[in-house]
Design a binder for this molecule. Structure first.
Ligand SMILES: *[C@@H]1O[C@H](CO)[C@@H](O)[C@H](O)[C@H]1NC(C)=O
Ligand SMILES: *[C@@H]1O[C@H](CO)[C@@H](O)[C@H](O)[C@H]1NC(C)=O
Ligand SMILES: *[C@@H]1O[C@H](CO)[C@@H](O)[C@H](O)[C@H]1NC(C)=O
Ligand SMILES: [Fe+2]
Length: 475
């Protein structure tokens, strides 16, 4: 009985592996809100009550290992107090940290007073309450620190990109809030304020208020996209990333980076490397030099999960932004394979796509393979540029779907990555309008460092193994 059932199951599996579940292009079309921004006077952008009340509150990791946060907020009438009061019991704030304040202009826009305050020396796995502002205008929030760095620490990340400020953006946020995600890995393009005349900074402020419902309570690990560049020599604005750098801090010094645009942070069992698609990265540049060194510092015995964030995807079979990530692929792909990166998340393309483990590192301009091939040491590339901004969906995919593309669909959504232990992570893509009749993308990832023996035993053709992973996650 047992062996017959086993054979039958094996037969079913082989049939599936050999065809039915090859790369999928989902033709599912979701009902969507219009691709226009929420009106400024909307309640979703409401200014908090009280004179000079802190608004646009957001936190991010403040150190290398997760025992610090940077709390940021904006006041409009005057700088006001600059402290964060915090503690482990609600309404009793027995500790305090002192922040700094900055402001900037962009053409005819004048920013409010932007506060940044490092709160450090925190305990792991602890809920902290914090208070900013004073008197009737004070506001209270909370956050939870991650577990200590440990190879088996389980932790859940959300991945969001290209969010913007439409009703689709709001829907993405609302879906993410129900996911159990503890920290957002943000893959660039935040407010899309640069789509307005003179890059109207008012839309940076409204975005900050829209996302506060999540960003005040859990860290968002930032990376910058092309909409953050804001290079406008015609307006006399010749420095790049000016509003982004004033508003969003990163803990870059803790990873010995020379720029807030690229850095890394360790959290639970993950080592997260953030790259900048729009800062120099070719050989000998600061970003290149930093990444070369940082990859050597990755300790998979402590943080098994090696995750890279960037804005422009290296593998993308959508007509939108096709091959824009090619220059970074040429610079960094061989390192990603050498160091067995688990996952590379990108945004930019307003659709969802996941690759198999493939590489094109043997391609050279004089000889060699000219097509990506299955490579068990390569990362899986995932594009999650489907947050819901005003530019709408990128619904035209290259046809036929390339062999390396496992799943692709032009719908709004976000992803969830649950690191379970050193060998297993459960991943899924959540479509905002989750039509129950259509499966969204679900995969079990095996760690590239710890699970390689299991992998060798199982596989011959790596692409097929990934199909198996797909299948196993369906059972
Ligand atoms: C920043 O705020 C100060 C104090 O209100 C003001 O004098 C200064 O002009 C502002 N700077 C910029 C760049 O807006
Ligand atoms: C790349 O070329 C090297 C040397 O010929 C070979 O050992 C390796 O298997 C190739 N890798 C891939 C992914 O084709
Ligand atoms: C790791 O997590 C996976 C998925 O939850 C589970 O099946 C496996 O037994 C776990 N391994 C260990 C060593 O706990
Ligand atoms: Fe983009």
């Amino acid at each position: 009985m047992g062996w017959r059932l086993g054979l039958l199951l094996l037969h079913v599996l082989l049939c599936l592996v050999n065809g039915v579940y090859s790369g999928r292009t989902s033709s599912y079309v979701r009902t969507e809100f219009p691709s226009t921004d929420i009106p400024l006077e909307s309640e979703w952008f409401a200014i908090p009550n009280g004179y000079n009340a802190p608004q646009q509150v957001h936190i991010t990791q403040g150190d290398y290992d997760g025992k610090a946060v940077i709390v940021s907020w904006v006041t409009v009438a005057e700088p006001g107090p600059n402290e964060v009061f915090y503690g482990k019991n609600g309404h009793q704030y027995d500790q305090k940290a002192q922040g700094t304040v900055t402001n900037y202009t962009f053409y005819d826009y004048k920013s409010g007073y932007i506060h940044h305050c490092l709160v450090n020396g925190l305990e792991y796995d602890t809920k902290y309450y914090y208070k900013i502002g004073s008197g009737d205008s004070a506001r209270e929030f909370w956050f939870e620190t991650p577990p200590a760095i440990d190879p088996d620490a389980s932790y859940t990340f959300g991945i969001i990109g290209d969010l913007g400020q439409t009703f689709n953006s709001l829907s993405t946020l609302q879906h993410y809030e129900k996911s159990g995600g503890k920290t957002v890995l943000y893959v660039g393009d935040l407010s899309y304020a640069d789509r307005y005349q003179h890059n109207d900074g008012v839309r940076w402020d409204s975005w900050g208020r829209l996302v506060e419902r999540s960003t005040a309570y859990q860290p968002w690990i930032w990376s910058a996209g092309n909409h953050e560049i804001e290079y406008r020599p015609d307006l006399g604005e010749i420095s790049t990333f000016k509003p982004y750098l004033h508003r969003y801090k990163t803990p870059y010094l803790a990873s010995k980076s020379s720029s807030p645009m690229w850095y890394s942070a360790r959290r639970a069992s993950a080592h997260i490397i953030v790259l900048s698609s729009y800062s120099p990265f070719v050989k000998y540049t600061p970003q290149w030099t930093w990444l070369k060194t940082e990859l050597k510092h990755v300790d998979r015995e402590k943080t098994p999960w090696l995750i890279v964030l960037m804005h422009s995807p290296m593998y993308n079979s959508n007509e939108g932004h096709y091959m824009e990530g090619e220059s970074m692929r040429a610079a960094f792909e061989k390192w990603f394979v050498k160091y067995k990166v688990d996952l590379v998340f990108a945004g930019h393309v307003h659709a969802y796509e996941r690759s198999y483990r493939i590489s094109n590192i043997n391609y050279s301009i004089t000889s060699g393979n000219r097509y990506p091939v299955p490579d068990k040491s390569a990362p899986v590339y995932i594009t999650v540029g489907d947050g819901g901004n005003q530019e709408g969906l990128a619904s035209r995919f290259n046809d036929p779907q390339p062999d390396y593309s496992a799943f692709r669909e032009a719908s709004y959504g976000h992803s969830i990555l649950q690191l379970r232990n050193r060998t297993h992570a459960i991943y899924h893509w959540n479509r905002n309008d989750d039509g129950k009749h259509v499966p969204a993308d679900n995969v079990v990832f095996h760690n590239q460092y710890w699970a390689s023996n299991t992998r060798r035993r199982l596989k011959k053709n790596h692409v097929r193994l990934e199909h198996l992973e797909d299948l196993m996650s369906m059972f």
